[in-house]
Ligand binder design. Structure first.
Ligand code: S3P
Length: 450
């Protein structure tokens, strides 16, 4: 829900080896999609391992507001009794998506081809983020939108009563935009086509196919072309949500930089459109292995084992990999601070429009903690100081951004002096058990500024 109340300052201090097993929560992207597609199927979808973070809970509430029956059975087990494609009811009140760009953009897509209207809002972070990237293609289906200047929330969408199918080339690499168009395409007759120059996470395509929609993906010279046949009857599914690689990034990165660490992170989703961080870390010399690789529910899964890596080196991160690790650059920049040499990250303009401007937020906090960072509109670089070389001691602003808060807390685990964040509250959006989980491994996080 909008705003999470009183700030929760947190401090993380240098700790002994991180050891043990880190059971991170379910995947945020897949959890949103399971609830939304469950609400668009006819009958009961059962979900286990759902991420019960604030972002996903906001989407669950939204699906109820659109008429689906969403039930929490405890311990990550949920069921959704869907209303069918095109069956959304008009919500009686404003839909508050809290901090979640994924939630609001996917739901806008899902309702844009229904003959209803809905008004969306969010917290101070979400209400600053660009929505035209979604409302532009939704207008092609016949939906209208009325928001604040610059295409910001709060915003009302009036769904198309007679939607037409759309062919749309996404101007930015965004799985949220792609997914909004595909979800809107579900209730348009004929073929909806999305073309993306760079492949982004494909959970929507995989899950749409699982629910019985006809969806084809083809790699062409134009890019990746995804074709969806509209107006299918979606069949309810049993979905086991894999654990989130973007949450796994934090215990993994912490283990690499804290001397003596050896951490196992089981059951992590390793869809190739998500796993770029782990490839990058190995290129930097990280002692990181995949164990027990297997497939579960249409997604590749493995156990990750990360050990302290004394010989990390700075690298030029392949920009072609940016989409597959877009949420992991903040954590990567912390590992880069403990490497020898400079890590250069290019082709990452999208980082500036996430929950915060992540380049600005990380650069400012890393500099305050004694690390040299350079940046431009779509690139940044971190000059590594080697193991034992990061001074720490500063308080960093988290800018209502969960990943910024967690990144600075792992910085503090290996820096020479404690690192504080002004507000760790946003961590609950994606990784509500971050503190106890990291403490069980051996981290020292306290809930007051140093
Ligand atoms: C997401 C897509 C990405 C990512 C976000 C989750 C999704 O956003 O940053 O955390 O689930 O589709 P963009 O589509 O803006 O790249």
């Amino acid at each position: 829900m909008s705003g999470h109340g009183t700030p929760i300052p947190m401090t993380s201090a240098k700790c002994g080896p991180l050891t043990g097993t880190a059971d991170v929560p379910g995947d945020k992207s897949i959890s949103h999609r399971a609830l939304i597609l469950g609400a668009m199927a006819v009958g009961e979808t059962r979900i286990t391992g759902l991420l019960e973070g604030e972002d996903v809970l906001d989407t669950a509430r939204a699906m109820r507001a659109f008429g689906a029956e969403v039930t929490d059975h405890g311990s990550g087990a949920w069921s959704v009794h869907g209303v069918g494609v095109g069956g959304f009811a008009e919500p009686a009140a404003v839909i508050d998506c809290g901090n979640s760009g994924t939630g609001v953009r996917l739901i806008m897509g899902a309702m844009a081809t229904c003959p209803i209207s809905a008004t969306f809002t969010g917290d101070a972070s979400l209400n600053k983020r660009p929505m035209a990237r979604v409302t532009d293609p939704l207008a092609l289906f016949g939906a209208r939108s009325y928001g604040r200047s610059g295409g910001r929330l709060p915003m009302t969408i009036i769904g198309a009563a007679d939607p037409v199918p759309v062919r749309y080339a996404t101007p930015v690499p965004s799985a949220q935009v792609k997914s909004a168009v595909l979800l809107a395409g579900l209730n348009a007759p004929g073929e909806t086509v999305v073309i993306e120059r760079e492949a982004t996470r494909d959970h929507s395509e995989r899950m749409l196919a699982g629910f019985g929609a006809t969806v084809h993906t083809e790699d062409t010279r134009e890019g990746r072309v995804i074709t969806l046949i509209g107006q299918p009857e979606l069949r309810p599914q049993v979905i086991e949500v894999p654990r989130d690689p973007s949450s796994a990034a934090f215990p993994v990165c912490a283990a690499l930089i804290v001397p003596g660490s050896d951490v196992l992170v089981p059951n992590i989703g390793l869809n190739p459109t998500r796993a770029g961080l782990f490839t990058t870390l190995r290129e930097m010399g990280a002692d990181l292995s995949y164990e027990n690789a297997r497939e579960e529910g249409g997604e590749p899964v493995a156990d990750l084992r990360a050990r302290f890596s004394p010989d990390l080196k700075g690298i030029e991160v392949d920009p072609a990999r940016a989409a597959s690790m877009i949420d992991e650059y903040p954590a990567l920049s912390v590992v880069a601070a403990f490497a020898d040499g400079t890590t250069m990250m290019r082709g990452v303009a999208e980082l500036r429009v996430k929950e915060s401007d992540r380049i600005e937020a990380m650069a400012t906090g890393l500099r305050a903690n004694g690390v040299t960072v350079d940046d431009g509109p779509d690139w940044w670089s971190v000059q590594g100081r080697g193991h034992g070389g990061v001074p720490g001691s500063a308080t960093c602003a988290s800018h209502l951004d969960h990943r910024i808060a967690m990144s600075f807390l792992i910085l503090g685990m290996a820096a020479n002096a404690p690192v504080a964040v002004d507000d760790g509250g946003p961590i609950a959006t994606s990784f509500p058990i971050f503190e106890p989980l990291m403490e069980r491994l051996g981290a020292q996080i306290t809930r007051s500024a140093s």
